[in-house]
Design a protein around this ligand. Structure first.
Ligand code: RIB
Ligand code: CA
Length: 318
């Protein structure tokens, strides 16, 4: 069994990620914590409650986290690629939750779960890293109870939200810097370089619809998200960024990583929120006397067809 906590900003691809965790028998989903991101915190939290109701998992506790970045407000509000309600305007089609969030905030709930866990827990952050930065800062004694962080974020060859920055890191660069550069908790970063390669097309979505009610409901959430990426790629497709991170959390090694020293641009220039991975040869880096930045495992390769088949097979069981 893999014990998971998912920290999320649902979000259409977050919906697929949560459903994948719920549909996977080897996953013990200990909690879902919410953060601002694709839409404001109230919407991401309501969507998380609804998605767990859809998946028949209202036993999984939900706790509300950060409503804004650690230090500075986002330099501009994100255009709603996920629709104004975060789920392509279809959130109302999901079941109403029969329960509310727990009385603890996200950091307190994650800390309680880590403290009480018999074995280390995998945390899968798939939104801005604000809650994770707060958890690591407030509870250094609990770092050893984190098996690893499997984080969806960053882009080595360009961004999606700006020319160079990916949305999750761009949303809170200071939090991203703390988690990815200053801390040493075992981490795999799943960047858009890889998630873009794993995009799914209309035929895949049609097979998901035909697979059963859960798949049909999830596919029904994708209209705005498909429209967003169709403009980008010129054919009907969408990218389930967050589900790919959860797939790696469920099947360690599904994604193949390379290790690079990284920095996160937290300045207020055009590169704010950019992940900077130093892919030069180590001896070249040493020649120029750069201080050794944190070496981070970054997922850059996989069998794309295997990932797509895994997602479809699991989501078809719902
Ligand atoms: O850049 C993709 C990431 O930003 C995904 O987590 C998506 O849900 C958005 O939060
Ligand atoms: Ca997300």
């Amino acid at each position: 069994m893999t014990s998971l906590i998912i920290d999320t900003d649902p979000g259409v691809d977050d919906a697929f990620a949560i459903a994948l965790a719920c549909a996977s028998p080897e996953v013990d989903l200990l909690a879902v914590t919410t953060v601002f991101g694709n839409v404001p915190l109230e919407s991401t939290t309501r969507n998380a409650l609804r998605l767990l109701a859809l998946c028949g998992r209202e036993d999984v506790p939900v706790a509300r986290g950060a409503a804004r970045p650690l230090v500075y407000p986002r330099v501009q509000e994100a255009e709603y690629a996920h629709g104004s309600d975060g789920l392509s305007g279809r959130a109302h089609t999901l079941p109403d939750p029969s329960r509310d969030v727990v009385g603890l905030d996200a950091v307190a709930l994650m800390a309680q779960i880590l403290r009480d866990a018999a074995a280390p827990v995998t945390i899968v952050p798939i939104g801005p890293l604000t809650n994770i930065a707060l958890l690591l800062a407030a509870h250094p004694s609990l770092h050893a109870k984190i098996e690893r962080l499997v984080i969806m974020g960053g882009g080595l060859s360009g961004g999606n939200t700006t020319a160079t920055a990916e949305f999750n890191l761009w949303s809170d660069p200071e939090a991203a810097h703390r988690v990815l550069v200053e801390e040493r908790v075992p981490t795999v970063l799943v960047p858009i370089d890889l998630t873009f390669a794993c995009r799914v097309d209309r035929a895949w979505l049609s097979r998901l619809v035909a697979a059963g009610p859960l798949g049909a409901t999830l596919a029904g959430l994708t209209d705005d998200y498909v429209a967003h990426y169709t403009k980008f790629f010129g054919y009907e497709c969408t990218i389930l960024h967050d589900a790919i991170a959860v797939a790696e959390a469920i099947r360690p090694g599904l994604l193949r990583t390379k290790t690079y020293p990284v920095e996160v641009d937290s300045t207020f220039g055009p590169g704010r929120g950019t992940l900077i991975a130093d892919r030069r040869e180590p001896d070249i880096i040493a020649t120029f006397g750069a201080k050794q930045a944190r070496a981070l495992d970054i997922a850059l390769e996989t069998d794309v067809d295997e990932v797509r088949a895994f997602l479809l097979e699991r989501l078809a069981t719902g």
